[in-house]
Write a protein that binds this ligand. Structure first.
Ligand SMILES: Cc1cc2nc3c(=O)[nH]c(=O)nc-3n(C[C@H](O)[C@H](O)[C@H](O)COP(=O)(O)OP(=O)(O)OC[C@H]3O[C@@H](n4cnc5c(N)ncnc54)[C@H](O)[C@@H]3O)c2cc1C
Length: 436
């Protein structure tokens, strides 16, 4: 604690300001804790335009020919996400000793969680749903985190809930947000985390905290843990939900700007088909990425659907911090079947020309394990070092993660609040020294 000063000492240091970091910051600040949020990205205004997305989008290889997308900015990946939601797997968490029932009830009151509204279904989504129904698929509507009042003229990027609002709330209540601050290491003394080392440009800084929470997302957190002395993360491989998009051009269709993910259907064990119609900006970006320049302005006449696999746990985190895995033959077969099914659906919907987009993946999951790398309070083997982000979602939690992660972060915030209450925080120790 030698270098701790009143200025660089906090009750809680949170690494990352995505879904989990933002929720923790908001909850702990509300309880009067002195919180520092260290965020690697900037704090720009979030916009769904080419110039808004380019500086924050970051693609990271996770498997052969597959990259996962994340956002590096205040609010993390919710800056780019679709806001589609599924209920948290409460029973799975309960079996791990984590009761999220109360947190879910709180979140339902606080977040704009609604059934995907029928009025927001666009002609592309309606045609897709009809076609899937005709071919016998049991389409289920999704939940979405959406402020309906901001959708008066249909699609609105701003209507989707984003973690940035929680960061802003925390900052208004007194939290310190430091942007462009990349945490490289947790400072550990006698098996106890006491602070973090971070870089802003090439300058190295240190901050000290009674509790440190690693919430840097599943792409970054495993490497930070390894570099800090917890070696055995990613010891069972990872899943990355690989998927691809299929596009069908339907002459005469008068499509509109769409929210992604109105509904989906299980295709066969471990594979899903879903509505991935989108806004025209995202559509243009995808056409450019897939070299479909002739269809750059074809948003209104194109139906888009997604094929996604629940892949098995395999692969590794290499020394340099990159992930790598190969799909099994069985998974490749499922992908082919999914492609055939999507072609049938799009043809039945009236598509005259059908093409496939590139394969991509989600951020790796199952990489830090509850009751193995962290206990049921999410504490690692180093006292006062916690992990709370999508790294903790194991392969049997088949959910879109955000809603679950908000609940999990609230759960940890309650635990941290009650455990800090009984201890002297570095702030109190430092203040005492200053006052003597
Ligand atoms: C295109 C897209 C669509 C998605 N759609 C959905 C959806 O519809 N529904 C859903 O539930 N989920 C969706 N997701 C996933 C969801 O956004 C993430 O699972 C969730 O936000 C993860 O939260 P997190 O707190 O674990 O990490 P993140 O939100 O990724 O936040 C991690 C933060 O940590 C910062 N960071 C990383 N390393 C460091 C470091 N060394 N030092 C300091 N800061 C660091 C990052 O910049 C980032 O801000 C989508 C994701 C993407 C990319």
């Amino acid at each position: 604690m030698n270098n701790a000063t009143k200025q660089n000492s906090f009750d809680v240091i949170i690494i990352g300001s995505g879904t989990c970091g933002a929720t923790l910051a908001k909850e702990l600040t509300k309880q009067g804790k002195k919180v520092l949020i260290l965020e690697q990205g900037g704090n720009q205004v979030l916009k769904e335009t080419f110039s808004g997305i380019a500086p924050i989008a970051n693609e990271v290889p996770v498997a052969s020919n597959m990259k996962a997308l994340r956002a590096i900015t205040t609010g993390g990946s919710t800056a780019l996400y679709f806001a589609v939601s599924k209920m948290p797997p409460l029973d799975t968490f309960m079996s791990l000793g984590i009761d999220l029932y109360d947190e879910l009830e709180e979140v339902k009151r606080e977040l704009p969680l609604i059934d995907f509204p029928d009025e927001l279904l666009t002609p592309q989504s309606i045609r897709l749903r009809q076609s899937m129904g005709e071919l016998g698929y049991n389409c289920k509507k999704n939940l979405i985190m959406l402020d309906r009042s901001k959708c008066t003229s249909g699609y609105s990027y701003d209507a989707k809930w984003k973690a940035k609002v929680f960061v802003e709330e925390a900052v208004r209540a007194g939290a310190t947000l430091t942007n462009q601050a990349k945490v490289t290491k947790i400072l550990v003394e006698n098996k106890e985390a006491i602070g973090v080392e971070y870089k802003i440009k090439s300058n190295v800084f240190k901050a000290y905290g009674a509790k440190i929470v690693l919430a840097a997302g599943s792409i970054a957190s495993p490497k930070i843990l390894r570099d800090s002395g917890i070696q055995d993360v990613v010891n069972r491989g990872f899943y990355c939900k690989p998927g691809f998009l299929m596009f069908g051009i339907v002459p005469g269709l008068k499509g509109r700007e769409s929210f992604v993910g109105s509904m989906g259907a299980e295709f066969e064990d471990g594979a899903e088909l879903g509505d991935t119609n989108m806004s025209s900006t995202l559509f243009k970006m995808l056409m450019l990425q897939n070299f479909k320049l002739l269809n750059l302005n074809g948003h209104a006449k194109t139906i888009c659907m997604g094929v996604m696999l629940h892949d098995s746990m395999s692969g590794e985190l290499k020394e340099n911090g990159t992930f790598n895995k190969r799909l099994t033959d069985d998974e490749i077969k499922k992908f082919k079947k999914g492609e055939e099914a999507a072609k049938r659906i799009l043809k039945n919907a009236g598509a005259k020309s059908i093409f496939k987009g590139g394969i991509s993946a989600s951020a790796p999951g199952g990489v830090i394990r509850i009751n193995e790398h962290v206990d049921s309070t999410l504490q690692t083997k180093f006292r006062n070092l916690y992990v709370c982000d999508a790294s903790l979602l194991s392969e049997d939690m088949k959910v879109t993660p955000t809603l679950t992660l908000v609940c999990l972060s609230k759960y940890l915030a309650k635990h941290l609040f009650s455990s800090i209450k009984g201890e002297k925080s570095p702030r109190e120790i430092v203040e005492k020294e200053f006052n003597q």
